[in-house]
Design a protein around this ligand. Structure first.
Ligand code: BMA
Length: 827
């Protein structure tokens, strides 16, 4: 062949293979085994060893019966996974070939064709291993071994001269909830929990894309920061949508800033304030005319500030979004499965849609779980749900030796680079309840620490959460996104300052067994946790059984699906305070859900009435990781518990709330939206349970415009109803705007549910279509519960006397059973 033809041929061939190619190795045939055994079994990647053992029928489903106990041996074993994949001669022609491990859980060794390439020790890191020199044409064997994280953790714990609480969990950089929680089983797993890619490339590739957005007077100065790894210096081209730019790169890492004109952009708004507008960008890297690499990102333009200003009470704590104070409403998120790799995109999307539908605008990703999957954040971006992102440390002390700190530094870098472009992420928080654990949980005494040990723990805490993590954030995050808060809560609930500054977890209800009404007093600046347990739906309860369900509170399976030591006792105690304790299982399930919902309603209403002193309320917790009695508002199967329906009502953008004080009724109209209401006025009717209007009064306010909160002059209760009517009457509150249009309606009851003098309602259900019904009643039907394995557009609601309501069904259902509070009363 003529030399120049040969050159042209080689050039064309290189250009043909120039584009970065990515192969997902997870789809190859994988096998796994216990290192002690001979036989290999089939495995699914991404996954966990528990899922593979289940799939191969080696273990029963740990979510069923009392099987959790039967699978505990797994955490003490070592495991190996292997696959064989083919590499073509063409692929091998690439100058660079990398294996990228997006998630290995946790203590692994990676072998390619028998050669040890890497040891890993952090589930939350991404490992990039250059492998060109170890690959061969044809079959290649990739083997990954996993050591027992429990055993490894025990070894690491020996290096600390005192007993650490929650050892060995806090020594291993692994999802902490796997070690068991008060809502989760202990399933300490291992495996390849995220995809593995084989990436082949030439010349250069894009490592990261970040963006900077700075607003001054609503003018946006926007530019990209692109990190390119060039293995050959020279001129390259960058295409960003319509923009073309030549860049000359040096060999190695290059950081390029590219200004981009974004005039005419639309703001990203949180749920309730408008559209969560996202703008698409395709960032292409080219050499001559050949595309080398491409990254696609969605950008949401918004500003977020955390405002903390000294005031007479303490210090404010609220988010300003796009320049306006935002009242944060939402919840806490835990991993949606004990085996997180099996959480589907649909499950993420549904749970986040459920938050949006329930009028939430913020979710806290709790620090005992995982940095969530990209799908989670994408769905939050699209639905206008802001994210309070904890780093993954929870409820313990953590070591701070050099190896641990370096490991965390890299973890922060990987996660921040993966996540920072999501407009939904509002704040990065160091940990969940680690400060609180050190200061308030008495471990130092329990484990007989010397003064020096205690000092060391505090020094280590400071190093990790006040130095290493914020520094790593600063190095990797674009400055306008860098909002860091070391610990949630900032001050434990036993201290009065927890209610005057920072964020607060109030656990006097449940843990302190105080009555729900205490929520009216214990209002902090930003309530990031508070909660109460309720049973999951009947369907989720039935799913606890492998065979025919035995719905009985004494059944060991039912008992095993409550992980809080005193859970049942606490629920029963609180039921007795407010309801009658049912003996029937279905009624118990229903009442436990009502109890949870009414308790949380008291909390949320107290928080909202205290606006703007309080500027956020995130109840504990949205979801479950298995079928369990817990604080969640949505159970493991995705069913809305009474709490989720209640939160939807309680989080309405405009609400009219009341409280009773010294024989007076106070009224608060609250508006969290951006629209103001002029001349808001309030009509109050006292109505008995048969529907008779006993009295009508108007409430007055000095101010008229409902911008944020409007307090009305108090009304003496005795001017509205007599003492003896209190158990047979409710107030109907109607807030109207100046045109007389209804802004919102609410009700107020005077006595506890158990003291209500209810009469039997005649509830009728009329079919409107396959997926719609109309439900009506004669007298007050309190807490109507529609029973069925489907989603009802509303449930656990009060049906006022002589009213009806249309309800959508998620799918047709033949028999709809219905229950109301009256059915649970002893007659
Ligand atoms: C909070 C959380 C969790 C726990 C919950 C209920 O403090 O941070 O650790 O599950 O309490 O007890």
């Amino acid at each position: 062949m003529n030399k120049s033809i040969l050159f042209v041929f080689l050039f064309i061939q290189t250009m043909m293979t120039a584009q970065l190619t990515e192969r997902i190795l997870s789809s190859e045939k994988w096998q796994f085994k216990n290192t002690k055994e001979q036989d290999w079994l089939s495995a699914k990647i991404p996954g966990t060893v528990h899922l593979d053992l289940m799939e191969n029928k080696v273990i029963p489903d740990p979510f069923k019966d009392e099987n959790e106990k039967k699978v505990q041996w797994i955490e003490n074993e070592d495991w190996e996974y292997k696959t064989t994949f083919k590499v073509s001669a063409k692929e091998l022609k690439h100058n660079h070939i990398d294996l990228i491990f997006n998630g290995l859980d946790t203590f692994s060794e990676i072998y390619l064709n028998g050669k040890l390439l890497k040891k890993t020790d952090n589930m939350f890191r991404k490992w990039n291993v250059p492998v060109k020199e170890f690959l061969k044409e044809g079959d290649n064997e990739l083997k990954i071994t996993f050591k027992s994280a429990v055993n490894e953790g025990k070894e690491l714990a020996k290096k600390v001269p005192f007993t650490m609480p929650e050892s060995p969990r806090s020594f291993v950089r692994k999802a902490q909830y796997q070690f068991g929680w008060d809502w989760g089983p202990r399933l300490v797993t291992a495996g390849i929990w995220k995809d593995i890619q084989l990436e082949s490339w030439n010349f250069a590739k894009i490592e990261t894309v970040k963006y900077h957005q700075n607003f001054s007077n609503e003018v946006l100065d926007f530019n990209f920061e692109i990190e390119i790894n060039a293995q050959e210096a020279g001129d390259y081209r960058l295409n960003i949508n319509q923009l073309n730019k030549t860049v000359s790169l040096k060999k190695g890492m290059n950081t390029i800033r590219v200004p981009y004109d974004m005039s005419g952009f639309k703001l990203w708004q949180p749920n309730g304030w408008g559209e969560a507008n996202l703008h698409d960008f395709k960032i292409k890297l080219l050499k001559n005319k050949t595309a080398l690499d491409q990254k696609n990102i969605k950008v949401g333009f918004r500003t977020v500030e955390l405002v903390q200003e000294k005031d007479t009470a303490g210090k404010s704590f609220y988010f300003k979004v796009n320049g306006k104070p935002l009242y944060a409403k939402g919840t806490n998120w835990i991993p949606a499965d004990s085996f997180s790799p099996r959480i589907t995109k649909e499950k993420y999307r549904k749970l986040i849609k459920d938050m949006k539908e329930a009028n939430m605008n913020m979710v806290r990703v709790w620090g005992g779980g995982i940095y969530e999957d990209d799908e989670f954040y994408k769905a939050c971006d699209e639905n206008g749900i802001l994210v309070w992102q904890d780093f993954m440390f929870a409820g313990s002390f953590y070591p701070a030796d050099e190896a641990f700190l370096n490991n965390v530094k890299e973890e922060v870098k990987d996660q921040v680079n993966r996540l920072q472009n999501h407009p939904s992420i509002a704040l990065w928080c160091g940990n969940n309840e680690v400060d609180e654990a050190i200061v308030n949980w008495g471990y130092q005494k329990q484990f007989k620490y010397s003064k020096n040990d205690s000092l060391q723990v505090w020094k280590d805490y400071k190093k990790l959460f006040h130095d290493v993590i914020p520094n790593a954030l600063q190095q990797n995050l674009t400055p306008e996104k860098n909002i860091y808060w070391p610990s949630s809560p900032s001050i434990g609930w036993g201290h009065k300052e927890s209610l005057t500054e920072g964020d607060s977890h109030y656990w006097g209800v449940w843990w302190g067994e105080q009555p729900f009404e205490i929520y009216n007093e214990k209002v902090g600046r930003f309530m990031s946790e508070y909660g109460f347990q309720g049973m999951p739906s009947l369907e989720a309860t039935k799913s606890m059984f492998s065979g025919a369900p035995d719905l009985n509170l004494q059944n060991p399976t039912v008992k095993a699906h409550e992980k809080h030591g005193r859970g049942w006792e606490i629920i029963n105690e609180y039921i007795k305070r407010d309801y009658q304790l049912p003996t029937d299982f279905v009624q118990y399930n229903y009442i436990s859900q009502l109890l949870q919902a009414s308790g949380m309603r008291i909390a949320v209403e107290a928080h909202r009435r205290a606006k703007p002193y309080n500027m956020g309320t995130l109840y504990w917790q949205l979801n479950d990781c298995w079928p369990v009695v817990s604080w969640s508002s949505i159970d493991y199967l995705g069913n809305w518990k009474a709490l989720q329906y209640q939160m939807k009502r309680s989080f309405e953008q405009q609400v009219i709330l009341t409280d009773e004080n010294d024989g007076n009724l106070n009224f608060y109209a609250i508006n969290d939206g951006i629209k103001n209401f002029a001349d808001a006025n309030l009509e109050i009717k006292a109505v008995n349970f048969d529907g008779k209007v006993l009295k009508e009064v108007k409430a007055y306010s000095k101010e008229k415009s409902l911008e944020s909160i409007l307090k009305f002059d108090p009304i003496e209760i005795k001017n509205v109803i007599t003492e003896s009517e209190k158990n047979r009457t409710f107030l109907q509150l109607t807030l109207k705007d100046k045109e007389g249009k209804i802004i919102v309606i609410n009700t107020h009851f005077f006595v506890k549910p158990k003291d209500l003098q209810l009469t039997k309602p005649n509830i009728k259900i009329k079919r409107i279509s396959q997926d719609e019904i109309e439900i009506s009643t004669d007298v007050l039907a309190k807490d109507v519960y529609l029973i069925g394995d489907i989603h009802f557009s509303d449930n656990f609601f009060d049906l006022l006397p002589h009213t009806s309501k249309k309800i959508k069904l998620s799918k047709p259902l033949k028999n709809i059973e219905v229950m109301s509070l009256w059915d649970t009363l002893q007659k």
